[in-house]
Design a protein around this ligand. Structure first.
Ligand SMILES: *Cc1c(COP(=O)(O)O)cnc(C)c1O
Length: 409
């Protein structure tokens, strides 16, 4: 691989890039219109103290989210501490002793096993509260088993859940069309609530899954919709009835959405949302550049460079432990923050194998900023996502290729 090859690869990507620009334009307009619709004003960024009654900024943030995701209501708060918290809230709010949660998209994201109580015994997990969990495995080709959805949803199921993005698995993200098809199958036999883990999916397509039949979705503000500016937080969007229950779970019954300080974050939250469609565009362009380059070098990529995309995650099977280590070290060394730090494979709680992680972002743990990680096991798959600018991702690619000994200069 040399610089001419890379120029050629970028040329071949011009059609996909144009399509991504079309998506970004539509999403940018969607966000802009929502900000105008709520008549966002500079005075809305003032914040309150104490109980946080009458925080106009907070109320507008939630109206904007509801409009962008085309839902009745939204809960968007800096005191939702992570994506896992944003997902756990509706799972807890919408179930009680004797309930059954059913996943249509196979096993959920790693951290949710502890929430469900299918692994570990963290106090307050759903199993401990008498909530049962079952799942429909994916097919061998890693697609949703559409033909068996209807027959596997038995009358005891009272919350159906799905996950859009890949997580630490070896499947690509499900597209909004595929999720819509799954929802149609579910609705043949079930009229209860359908939840989606939308992490990493926001603004990757022109429609959000909340437009195709999901009653409630959740995600993290230090991923796509925070646009790299949100310092922390999570969102839940959905029907009024569901959001009311979730707000009761977050604060207290009788308080709901009426309280909660925003600590001056409404400006970052909305400015980040305003930037998010472009940020996501840059991330996916960068992910495509990596995929096309590594495919040319003979590595297996998920998603492949010509697969449909519905999240910002790129995984590459690097085959050799040294490749995975060198890849992550090059990503770290290319970071704007902590570039002098050297990552090592490490034992992590909850993981069977050692894991190596590279993250040098302005905001800790933010994965809309460039980050890479992977478990030290065959096929030494690196999971790579984010990047605030395409230029930064491209510079990182050059560094990675050099570090792996794959660049002829
Ligand atoms: C990131 C992510 C989550 C939540 O992760 P946090 O680290 O808790 O923010 C949940 N589901 C998926 C698919 C994710 O990618």
């Amino acid at each position: 691989m040399n610089r001419e090859d890379l120029i050629e690869i970028e040329r071949e990507l011009s059609d996909p890039f144009r399509e991504l620009d079309r998506i970004a334009l539509i999403n940018q307009e969607k966000v802009l219109k929502a900000l105008q619709e709520v008549r966002l004003a500079s005075t809305d960024f003032n914040w309150t103290t104490g109980y946080g009654y009458g925080d106009v900024g907070r109320e507008k943030v939630e109206k904007v989210y509801a409009q962008v995701f085309k839902t009745e209501d939204a809960l968007v708060r800096p005191n939702i501490v992570s994506g896992t918290h944003a997902i756990a809230l509706p799972l807890k709010a919408l179930t009680s002793k004797g309930s059954t949660i059913f996943s249509v998209t196979g096993a959920p994201y790693d951290t949710l096993h502890k929430v469900l109580g299918t692994s570990g015994d963290a106090p307050g997990n759903l199993r401990e509260r008498g909530v049962k969990y079952r799942e429909l495995p994916l097919k061998d080709d890693k697609m949703i088993d559409f033909d068996h959805i209807a027959e596997s949803i038995t009358p005891d199921v009272d919350l159906v859940i799905m996950q859009r993005s890949t997580g630490y698995s070896d499947r690509r993200a499900f597209t909004v069309d595929e999720l819509a098809r799954a929802v149609r199958e579910v609705k043949k036999v079930y009229d209860g609530t359908i939840f989606l883990d939308n992490c990493y999916g926001e603004f990757t397509e022109v429609m959000e899954p909340s437009e195709v039949g999901f009653d409630v979705m959740a995600g993290s503000l230090i991923k796509n919709p925070g646009g790299g500016l949100s310092l922390t937080g999570g969102y839940i969007v959905g029907t009024e009835a569901v959001i009311e229950r979730v707000a009761s779970e977050l604060t207290a019954p009788g308080i709901g959405k009426e309280c909660g300080l925003t600590f001056g974050q409404s400006r970052n939250t909305l400015m980040g949302l305003f930037l998010a469609p472009h940020r996501v565009n840059q991330c996916i362009k960068g992910a495509l550049l990596f995929a096309k380059t590594f495919e040319r070098l003979g590595f297996d990529c998920i998603p492949a460079s010509d697969d449909p995309r519905s999240d910002i995650v790129q995984s590459i099977a690097l085959q050799e432990p040294e490749h995975l280590v060198n890849f992550c070290r090059a990503v770290q060394a290319s970071s704007p923050v902590d570039s002098h730090v050297t990552p090592y494979p490490w034992d992590m709680p909850g993981y069977e194998d050692q894991v190596i992680m590279a993250a040098g972002g302005f905001i800790e743990g933010s994965s809309i900023e460039l980050s890479a990680d992977g478990p030290m096991r065959d096929p030494y798959r690196v999971y790579f996502q984010g990047g605030l600018t395409y230029e930064h991702i491209k510079l990182t690619l050059l560094h990675v290729l050099r570090e792996m000994g794959l660049l002829e200069e």
